[in-house]
Write a protein that binds this ligand. Structure first.
Ligand code: ARG
Length: 272
């Protein structure tokens, strides 16, 4: 099966980390006293963009705004399925102004943007599998937002409860490997409530299960095109588990962004 995985070309929206910093603490990874190496962050981010382009993906950029140090985490700004854009309403007041900048980008690109009434952090908590929207709650996105998402897209929304504050967004605990009929995911079970774990086990009996070390290395914050998996090199066990299943791990080190509680997927918004 090693050579049977077929990649699908993607379109990603990203935001350059020109103003990236850790200036407040809204998750357990953030320590405003610990400095961020701005040049290293820039170089790491550029390596991610190069990796996407080298693998044939289209990358669009939104202009970063001064004073919004987390704006680099493009995934949190929206979820886009079938050209329909469900915007964001951030939990933290510090991040709320980001939504307007992304909405402006989407509108200029010809999309209508739905503004949620409840707290909702885009692909941080809403993961499109090709069939369902897996929807995290517990720390950021609310259950009310899950209902709004289902009404908006008309796709089944599966609510999942996150229980470990280190994995405060669904995309820190789970990612999609393949969509369509081969739909499969990777996740770290202990990040979820017992009932949510059971739901995932029923829906994805063949899922790849990650270890705590993989999760702490932000290995679950990966991006897959169906064949290539852009993944933190520190997630060693997961990297070899994926290779065993016929995927091609593409290591991209975003260690500076971990200081803000982010990784590869956090920096990547997929436009479908
Ligand atoms: N500092 C940001 C926050 O706490 C990090 C967001 C990471 N993004 C993600 N998709 N998990 O909101």
């Amino acid at each position: 099966m090693t050579d049977s995985r077929v990649p699908r070309r993607r379109r990603y929206l990203v935001c350059e980390p020109r103003h990236f910093a850790v200036q407040y603490a809204i998750n357990p990874w953030m320590h405003p006293d610990a400095p961020v190496d701005v040049d290293l962050a820039q170089a790491q981010w550029q390596a991610l963009i190069t990796a996407y382009r080298t693998h044939g993906h289209t990358v669009d950029t939104v202009e970063p705004a001064p004073g919004l140090p987390d704006m680099v985490f493009a995934a949190n700004s929206a979820v886009v399925v079938g050209g329909r854009v469900f915007g964001s309403l951030f939990h933290a007041p510090e991040r709320r102004p980001e939504s307007t900048h992304y909405d402006t980008w989407f509108k200029a690109a010809g999309y209508d943007v739905y503004r949620p009434e409840s707290v909702c952090e885009g692909e941080g908590d809403l993961v499109w599998t090709g069939r369902y929207v897996l929807a995290g709650t517990g720390f950021r996105t609310t259950r009310e937002a899950h209902s709004e998402v289902q009404e908006f897209f008309g796709h089944p929304v599966i609510s999942l409860t996150l229980v470990d504050p280190r994995f405060y967004h669904l995309d820190t605990a789970l990612f999609v490997l393949d969509g369509g009929h081969e739909e499969n995911i990777v996740y770290y079970p202990e990040a979820f409530s017992p009932g949510s774990r059971e739901v995932l086990a029923r829906l994805y009996p063949d899922a790849v299960l990650a270890t705590l070390d993989d999760a702490l290395a932000f290995g679950l914050n990966s991006v897959s095109d169906g064949r290539n998996v852009f993944i933190a090199p520190q997630a060693e066990a997961l990297t070899s588990a994926l290779a065993d299943r016929g995927y091609v791990p593409v290591p991209v080190d975003l260690s500076e962004f971990r200081k803000a509680g982010g990784g590869i997927k956090c920096c990547t918004q997929e436009i479908r």
